[in-house]
Design a protein around this ligand. Sequence first.
Ligand SMILES: [Zn+2]
Length: 308
Amino acid sequence: MSNRVIVSVDVEDWYHGPTAAARFGTRNDVAQALGSVPQPERGLPYLDVALGLLAERNIRATFFWVAEYARRFPDALRRCAAAGHEIACHGLTHYPKFDPATKRPNFTPDEFKARTAEARKILQDLTGQPVTGYRAPNAYIAGWMLDALEDLGFAYDSSVSVNSIYNKTDEPQLDGVDSRPYFPTRGALRRGTVARGIVEFPWPFLAVGPVKIQSAGGPYLRFFGSGLVQAGLRQALRRGPAVFYFHPVDMCREAIPLPFSWKRPMMWWFKGDLVRRRIARVLDGLRGRTAAFDEVLQVGADKLCGGG
Ligand SMILES: [Zn+2]
């Protein structure tokens, strides 16, 4: 199979995002902060917009669901599964491994393992399908998390972002990591030499001289447009499969509730129809060359990670 763009959708809502996720991980957290807003969700109607964009282009994707969100909206989760998409895990809630403001851990490795096992069970029970993929909330990933995922039987993770602008991992050196899938070193995110039970699919970047700019999508698509993402995907495809992702809530037209002090007031400057058109433009350029993670893994982890 020639190199494919792996299309992925992170299913969460505005209150899961980096501005809020350290404080809010559940609807109860949000309700507490907002006082009495019963329906703060903005993302759900746009999940169906996302499903439509994919269906119109005959694209099968991987949907990374926040399990607590799926538990509240099981029919929406089942619509994704019924449309033939792969269902994967985006955490029990959207709490990242540490509070970005204080850098204090949100949970221990054992707690992470228990929470992730619970999240997978929720998603599997609701869909009746196996869940073998993981993406870390806020892409805050660490080597010990990959070890835990491997112990739990996950086949892959897709959270590592090689990015010269800022490094979200706790490793200063991601030795040997570009955008190709790889077996990580145990306890670390570096590229290892030993085959193991978990594969990491790092995100693509656009290399401009020595500078690498994340170009997998998400906020980089919202802020910088489809040109950056398409150029980064083109570079990544020369190495191997390349990952693209977006959030349904990024397409929402309605105002985002702003009930608390924002550390990043620009976070939602770019959203709505503008972002929907950008997502559509990227998808249009990928026709016939896309896959979900589980399809790409069918060639076998050894083959996928061994090829240079
Ligand atoms: Zn997320």
